[in-house]
Design a protein around this ligand. Structure first.
Ligand SMILES: Cc1cc2nc3c(=O)[nH]c(=O)nc-3n(C[C@H](O)[C@H](O)[C@H](O)COP(=O)(O)OP(=O)(O)OC[C@H]3O[C@@H](n4cnc5c(N)ncnc54)[C@H](O)[C@@H]3O)c2cc1C
Length: 468
């Protein structure tokens, strides 16, 4: 697809989303195209993950007053896993999703499954120093692949390894030291690799060193999320699409959550709204740093490129700065991702051009091959001061499970499962992580400014001049 065709096709999708009744109300004609990209709210149809099998069938909206034991608000990876595990435990669960399952970051991410807990400092804040959580993490770090298998979710979930690559010996030594610590503390299987092994796995002679976490891999997060939601419905969950939770109010000793056309009354409500919160619980709205990220997918690579570009199928990350987190999916498409330019967030062709230059540098043989942009999209990430998701209790019976940074493909299903256990067994006081009160962050734009305006532009220049 050339630049003009690409721009025409994405503009047509955005226009379709702007037709009243054609999509969620958030994608209104009044929102200029640039602002939609800038806020990570472009139609999910632009996401490459919806291209392999199309957009999943829509769930009907809530049209009446219903009751449940637990209401889950938001059907991304976190809400989907929570609903699935609650339903499997026999809890009467209802799910309200403002658009459709997988519309948020979960339908838009880069597809990496990262099996690593890097910052163990956070565990100082845990009641038992994190001992129980670390054990559970160790036991379930393959949860993405396990759930896909257990529920026959066809979502290209492959434990193909997570490979960090580097050129400088110093970076390798630092990274190896950290890997050794993770190996010891978290029982991770780690391989330290030299140039020939890295070349065997990547197909590239550019890198001299590598560290492979065998437990990592890739997933199509949109299909994975929708697969979990559909498994939840098979276990009895009631799921409603196009049903934004608008008002939350006490109703006796329960909570009533109203949508435009109905309500759910439940003993407990869990908000899994991540970086797309609405005003319904104001405490969630400013409890994180929003950051817009983008991803691109290519059309399936030409046959000649397949044995050259990442023949091992591992997910790839460059050290020390990763501007091109890289996956080749089961369809043979490249998916890569970064942070959009402030001045041209809507310009997919420009962002893709940067990646293509990097691909040509990393695999020079591809210069003569036709690697074409399929689609470009943006989404929104929620960052915290701590490297751990937020599990909140705002009022008795009103919870939040959110703020997964770029880590949701593993952490969101895991935390959903663990929180479901606490809710189903009524053992919330024994959760393996602290239940916090959401804290207002001082300046919500802080991280976006730092990363999007300073770090990424500087790293792009460094890469262009061959410094990294
Ligand atoms: C470009 C990009 C690349 C990324 N790459 C990776 C990666 O490679 N690996 C990784 O692990 N993670 C990655 N992430 C992060 C990952 O996608 C998120 O951590 C994860 O999707 C969070 O899931 P979630 O369920 O918490 O939130 P979301 O998927 O954002 O879901 C929140 C849902 O809540 C709904 N909602 C909001 N308000 C309401 C309301 N009032 N009523 C009803 N519904 C509501 C929204 O419509 C939305 O569907 C990336 C993210 C982006 C944007």
């Amino acid at each position: 697809m050339n630049r003009r065709e690409y721009l025409q096709s994405s503009a047509a999708l955005i226009a379709a989303a702007a037709v009243p009744g054609c999509s969620a109300r958030h994608e209104s004609a009044a929102v200029p195209q640039r602002a939609m990209y800038d806020r990570g709210e472009v139609p999910v149809e632009l996401s490459g993950w919806t291209r392999t099998r199309g957009v999943m069938p829509a769930y009907d909206s809530l049209q009446s007053d219903v009751e449940a034991d637990v209401l889950v608000v938001g059907a991304g990876l976190a809400g989907a896993s929570l609903a699935l595990h609650l339903a499997q435990a026999g809890v009467r669960v209802a799910v309200l999703e403002a658009r459709q399952p997988g519309w948020g970051a979960s339908g838009r991410n880069a597809g990496h499954v990262l099996p690593v807990l890097k910052d163990l400092e956070v565990f100082r804040h845990f009641p038992d120093g994190g001992r129980k959580f670390l054990e559970l993490f160790r036991e379930h770090r393959s949860i993405t692949f396990d759930l896909a298998k257990q529920h026959s979710i066809d979502c290209d979930a492959v434990r193909s390894g997570y490979l960090n690559v580097m050129r400088r010996k110093g970076a390798f030594e630092d990274f190896s030291e950290e890997a050794a610590r993770l190996e010891k503390e978290q029982g991770l299987a780690v391989q330290r690799l030299g140039a020939s092994d890295v070349q065997r796995l990547t197909g590239s002679a550019y890198y001299r060193y590598g560290v492979l976490y065998e437990a990592g891999g890739r997933v199509n997060p949109y299909l994975f999320t929708n697969g979990m939601v559909s498994a939840a419905t098979r276990s009895g969950a009631a799921v409603y699409g196009e049903s934004e939770a608008l008002v939350l109010a006490r109703s006796g000793n329960r909570w009533q959550t109203r949508t435009a056309k109905g309500s759910v009354t439940a003993e407990r409500v869990v908000f899994c709204t991540n970086a797309y919160p609405t005003e319904i619980v104001p405490e969630f709205a400013d409890s994180f740093y929003p950051l817009t990220a983008y991803a691109v997918s290519t059309r399936p690579l030409p046959a000649a490129a397949r044995p050259i570009v990442m023949p091992s199928g591992a997910t790839l990350a460059e050290v020390p700065i990763d501007l091109n987190p890289f996956v080749v999916d089961g369809e043979g498409r490249i998916i890569t991702s970064s942070i959009p330019s402030v001045s041209r967030p809507e310009d997919g062709a420009w962002h893709f051009g940067n990646h293509l230059a990097w691909i040509h540098r990393t695999w020079p043989e591809t210069k003569d091959l036709n690697i074409e942009l399929e689609t470009y999209w943006t989404g929104r990430v929620a960052l915290r001061d701590r490297e751990f998701p937020g599990v909140f209790e705002v009022h008795p019976g009103v919870f939040g499970l959110m703020h997964f940074n770029a880590w949701g493909n593993l952490m969101a299903p895991l935390m959903g499962m663990l929180l479901a256990e606490g809710l189903a067994r009524d053992t919330m006081s024994g959760l393996p992580f602290p239940l916090e009160k959401p804290q207002r962050v001082g300046d919500p734009d802080k991280q976006s400014f730092r990363i999007r305006r300073v770090l990424i532009p500087a790293a792009r220049i460094a890469q262009k001049i061959g410094f990294i």
